[in-house]
Design a protein around this ligand. Structure first.
Ligand SMILES: Cc1ncc(COP(=O)(O)OP(=O)(O)O)c(N)n1
Ligand SMILES: Cc1ncsc1CCOP(=O)(O)O
Length: 331
């Protein structure tokens, strides 16, 4: 039987969160409370909002408990857990949201699938085969029942590949099918409310065009920023273009990982990634993947080099190999 551990978090007397995890069976629990508190304090000192700080600290304690569960130190009924594991072990368990998942972000489009006569599940399957690292279902004109059924079917495709599936705008659909998260825009459900509804573990992305949007997304507990349109696009009407400069400004204004979106395809993905800001983690594409007659598994690899950003001295002058896989048409 696997026991669950529950941590209740109340922020400012009004926001209430339940954080769950599996119980680690071990006698080595001495030091967990003070390590949890210290880790929360350290995250807050780095500028994290309370929820993010507690999530990071909780994951650290879980990982350390698991890592040190079989240690034998002393003879007492309770042993110490190894809170220095991060200094010794670099292969710690992965966090729930891995920013590198943003690398090739495929956003579906019901109109394009209809135009090319393909089902949403076929589109998702092909995108994953082509190298997509995260999928967003952006089904603007699907009926709720139809959308929910499609989302459930897509989850069955994504889960075995370890590819997160997010739902655009529809928190209700994400909740109903237990998707990995949502993407919301500035005029959708506010990210703070989405976080309250979805809980601390789900992935929340927010569209941001300005540093103010980015700041609010961070405060609201978002996991990543979608920034664009970087280039003009026909996929989204009346969408203000921010250009590479706007993208860079948003990236530099935030600690959150950023994915660029809007008019990005095989011809300019490398220009975007060459911006070289450390928190720009990938490109989100709609038409480059899905406005095709036949999405095949034939991948085209574009390798580009991006310089590390001077903001991060470790990255300075480092050649960063960015491999962008795009699915191409076979006629
Ligand atoms: C990754 C990503 N970034 C931005 C958007 C745009 O979202 P939004 O502003 O809500 O506009 P719609 O997609 O709803 O038209 C996105 N979908 N994904
Ligand atoms: C949804 C969205 N948000 C900003 S631009 C855009 C559309 C991107 O589509 P495409 O990759 O076809 O330009």
């Amino acid at each position: 039987m696997s026991l669950r551990v529950q941590l209740l978090l109340i922020i400012a007397g009004k926001d209430f969160y339940e954080l769950h995890s599996s119980r680690v069976k071990t006698r080595n629990t001495h030091g967990t409370g003070c390590s949890l508190a210290s880790c929360i304090a350290a995250e807050l000192a780095k500028g994290s909002p309370m929820l993010s700080a507690v999530k990071v600290a909780k994951r650290f304690i879980e990982t350390a408990l698991d890592y040190s569960k079989d240690l034998v130190i002393g003879n007492g009924p309770q042993g110490p857990f190894d809170h220095l594991l991060r200094l010794k072990n670099t292969s710690c368990r992965q966090e729930a949201f891995n920013p590198s998942d943003l690398f090739l972000y495929a956003v579906t489009d019901s109109g394009m699938n209809k135009k090319w006569g393909r089902s949403i599940t076929d589109a998702v399957k092909s995108a994953i085969e082509g190298g997509a690292t995260i999928i967003q279902l952006r089904e603007k004109d699907a009926d709720t029942g139809e959308f929910l059924e499609a989302a459930r079917a897509c989850l069955k495709i994504c889960r075995p590949h370890g590819v997160p599936l997010l739902v655009n705008d529809r928190i209700d659909i994400a909740l109903a099918c237990d998707a990995d998260g949502v993407h919301v825009g500035q005029s959708d459900m506010p990210a703070r409310v989405a976080r309250t509804l979805l809980g601390p573990e789900k992935i929340i992305g927010v569209s941001c065009k300005t540093p103010q949007h980015a700041q609010q997304a961070w405060i609201d507990g978002a996991d990543y920023i979608g920034c664009g349109g970087v280039y003009p696009t026909n996929t989204k009407a009346n969408n203000l273009t921010v250009g590479l400069d706007g993208l860079k400004t948003v990236c530099l204004s935030s600690k959150l990982p950023v994915v660029a979106i809007g008019g990005i395809g095989i011809s300019n993905a490398s220009d975007v990634m060459r911006l070289g800001v450390p928190n720009l983690k990938g490109v989100a594409v709609v038409s480059a993947l899905f406005d095709r007659e036949c999405v095949t598994t034939e991948d085209q690899e574009v390798t580009c080099c991006a310089k590390g950003d001077a903001m991060n001295s470790k990255m300075e002058n480092e050649e960063l190999q960015v491999r962008v896989f795009l699915i191409v048409t076979r006629i």
